[in-house]
Design a protein around this ligand. Sequence first.
Ligand code: GDP
Length: 306
Amino acid sequence: MRVVAISGGTGSAKLVRGLAAAGPFSAVANVGDDDRFHGLYVCPDVDTLTYALAGVLDAQRGWGVRGDSFAALEQLKRLGAPGTWFNIGDADMAVHLLRTAMLAEGRSLTEVTAVIASRLGVTGCDILPATDSRVATRVRTREKGELSLQEFWVREGGRPTPEGVRYEGAEAARPTEQVLERLRAAERLVIAPANPITSIMPTLSLDGFRDALRASPARKVAVSPMVGRAAYSGPAARLMEAAGLEPTSEGVARLYGDVIDAIVIDESDRAQAEAIEGLGVSCTVAPTLMRSAEDERRLARVALEA
Ligand code: GDP
């Protein structure tokens, strides 16, 4: 079965590892939280997927390379560099250095991502940035004005009150040819459990992406990142509320409703199944928390069969 996953970072990486155990597939990665630090081009979601599939992701933190040191960051702090609130380990920084240099030589983010993934030993999965154009997720907050996602979540610790989100550049950004080709050929499309507002919507907002999804012959299944009125982790619930959505699996089903056939929700949210089916979205109930490799593989199988 030709499988395509649409993904963000930490939550998605767990399901993506589970999918990798089931066979080859392509992962379309969010680029809306890409940013520049110390002149380096940083792609948090692309790298989280790459590290997860290479088997070197720091599982505790959910980002970065396991066992990494932070000598360069410490030195940058001593030097008074701006942006040192964003944690970049030394091995991680090497990836950003190589990426930035290759981009400066005129290579695309898609090419650079493939080179880095292959050199880190990723096999059986193409990691495809959703677009090679620049898209920036911007969070409007009550106290601090408009912030980049990293400023909102990392520098400000998610404390400001979010009032809305926009995807700068998305309307003019096309998905890459590779992504469009994978969507055309897909038999199964899985929207990974991810922050709907900051990890999935930047991709769905690209020029032509929703049309390509609708035209794809694949059965399209989302795995909900929500349990009850909360997310397993991160600011998804508050950002959904800021976007005028119920912070529940039903809210996620409404948000993706025009492009998905089915959704997998947590067994504790069984009561929402009827309302979700009422939206015309088929609903599968399963344990959705992934705490082990076995959980990841099991949930991936559910998503491939739903
Ligand atoms: P980010 O880009 O690093 O924010 O990561 P993602 O957007 O990929 O993932 C964050 C989302 O994944 C959060 O909203 C969590 O609720 C969700 N998540 C994290 N772990 C799990 C899990 O084990 N199961 C499910 N269903 N969702 C999860």
